[in-house]
Write a protein that binds this ligand. Structure first.
Ligand code: SAH
Ligand code: SF4
Ligand code: F3S
Length: 442
């Protein structure tokens, strides 16, 4: 039996896809190993969203082959770099890889591997094998990802993105939006509930633009919430443009849907937002936050922000600061703009904000966010939260349990005699910008 080692980079969709790949290869008789040095086949499931993600993969390929030259190990590149860097990967004679497969081609993997194994090709000697065709239909609705028994199960309900934000490579690497039928999703949720999962996180590059024959994302949430055994439903990653009133009401009112919304702002200035093709203005974004907080004042809000987008001035950057100060997000992922090949921004706009300036801006926003996260977390001290215990022991302490509250914040509690998957009521006694601590009260 051939042994496969897989390493995953990038977002949760890639982590999920790795499980799809394991499921497909497992059915075709492949075995898996946790040790790259004993693998016959090494697969890197790659990300292309920012430049450093790419660089990591290139250095990893060389690192894996160090000391293994000529021993026949096959290296395959999967994921978003496979589609976006197809030409470079295939035509660079110095890059010792054997095959590449894009995010819609994983059912063909056994065949791709079979073909290179048969022809004795090794470590990049031409011809390399590839399939990076993007499909309008592939949703892997008939492949059950190989998820280990746990507390939270991921489930991709839609794939691809049609938004074409000008900075973003995802519409090119993952192709057009397509959704699975609600029946198919509910069937899988039932199966996962039967395996003991208590929380489901619905996934999609643009999850709230889910649409299947007249059913929208609000319908899907409602249908999933009827499945017995599932007690919490989360979703990621949404786009601010797809939050109709009814969806906000379902999130606010359905007891199983967690009170947490990721709302990627990207920038706080209208000219920059328009250049980004985000399709909302600063005012529309702030109005959406108001609408959410009117429906559910304690909704936990997180965001993504890019600093140093082409031509962003200091005054425009300050508008992002103002939106952060107005909203006070619970948490934020803040990135420096990174020019990506093929994107509209790369073709039309100069990457003209100097690196030191990007650094200054990101440091400033991270400081603001740290203050806000701490302030928001401190406000929870004294409250009682329902916490789902997810992980026995934390890195820092073997005597603690790590769980999450409804708002997706990490809550640490002393171990006691609880088990993974238990729901407990925790009185919050302490907070840092990143975690809450407390004791179980029932
Ligand atoms: N589909 C999701 C996530 C996309 S990638 C969404 O729309 O929210 C996650 C985040 O990476 C984005 O929200 C954006 O903030 C950041 N990002 C994407 N492309 C980038 C680029 N070229 N440079 C810097 N950050 C980028
Ligand atoms: Fe990229 Fe925009 Fe699509 Fe998100 S919505 S994946 S940022 S193009
Ligand atoms: Fe990266 Fe592709 Fe996800 S570019 S962030 S792995 S969709």
């Amino acid at each position: 039996m051939k042994k496969v080692f897989i390493e995953t980079y990038g977002c949760q969709m890639n982590v999920y896809d790795t499980e799809i790949v394991r499921s497909v290869l497992g059915k075709s008789g492949f075995d898996f190993t946790e040790s790259e040095s004993e693998a016959d086949i090494v697969l890197l499931n790659t990300c292309s969203v920012r430049e450093n993600a790419n660089n990591k993969v290139y250095s990893r390929i060389h690192n894996i082959l160090n000391g293994r030259k000529g021993d026949g190990v096959k290296i395959g590149i999967l994921g978003c770099m496979a589609t976006n860097f197809r030409k470079q990967l295939l035509e660079n004679p110095k890059l010792p890889i054997d095959f590449i497969a894009g995010p819609d081609s994983y059912k063909r993997l056994p065949q791709l591997i079979d073909e290179i194994s048969g022809n004795g090709v090794t470590n990049g000697a031409a011809p390399k094998n590839f399939d990076v065709t993007l499909s309008e239909f592939e949703t892997y609705s008939d492949v059950y990802p190989a998820q280990d028994g746990g507390v939270n199960a991921w489930l991709a309900v839609m794939r691809g993105c049609d938004n074409f934000c000008t900075f973003c490579v995802v519409p090119y690497t993952r192709g057009r939006e397509r959704s699975r039928s609600p029946e198919n999703v509910v069937d899988e949720v039932k199966r996962l509930a039967g395996q003991g999962f208590r929380q489901i996180t619905l996934l999609g590059q643009n999850v709230n633009s889910y649409r299947y024959e007249g059913h929208d994302f609000a319908d899907l949430l409602e249908q999933v919430s009827t499945v017995e055994g599932i007690e919490r439903i989360r979703f990621t990653s949404p786009h601010p443009k797809d939050f109709p009133r009814r969806l906000l009401q379902v999130i606010a009112e359905n007891p199983k849907v967690c009170k947490q919304i990721h709302l990627p702002l990207q920038a706080g200035n209208d000219r920059v937002l328009e250049m980004m093709n985000r399709t909302y203005t600063r005012k529309e974004f702030l109005d959406l936050v108001d609408e959410i907080r009117t429906l559910y004042p304690a909704m936990v809000l997180s965001t993504d922000i890019i600093v140093g987008f082409p031509t962003e001035t200091e005054a425009e950057f300050e508008e992002t600061v103002q939106v952060m100060e107005t909203v006070e997000f619970d948490s934020a992922y803040i990135f420096k703009y990174s020019e990506r090949p093929q994107t509209i921004a790369q073709r039309k706009f100069p990457d003209d904000v100097p690196e030191e300036e990007k650094t200054r801006r990101i440091v400033k926003l991270n400081e603001i966010q740290k203050r806000h996260s701490y302030h928001k977390n401190l406000a929870h001290v004294g409250e009682i939260h329902a916490v789902l215990l997810e992980q026995e022991s934390t890195k820092k302490s073997p005597d603690d349990y790590l769980g999450r509250n409804d708002g997706n914040k990490i809550v640490i509690v002393p171990k006691g005699s609880y088990r993974k998957g238990d729901f407990v009521r925790v009185q919050i006694s302490d907070a840092t910008p990143h975690v809450l601590r407390g004791t179980v009260v029932g």
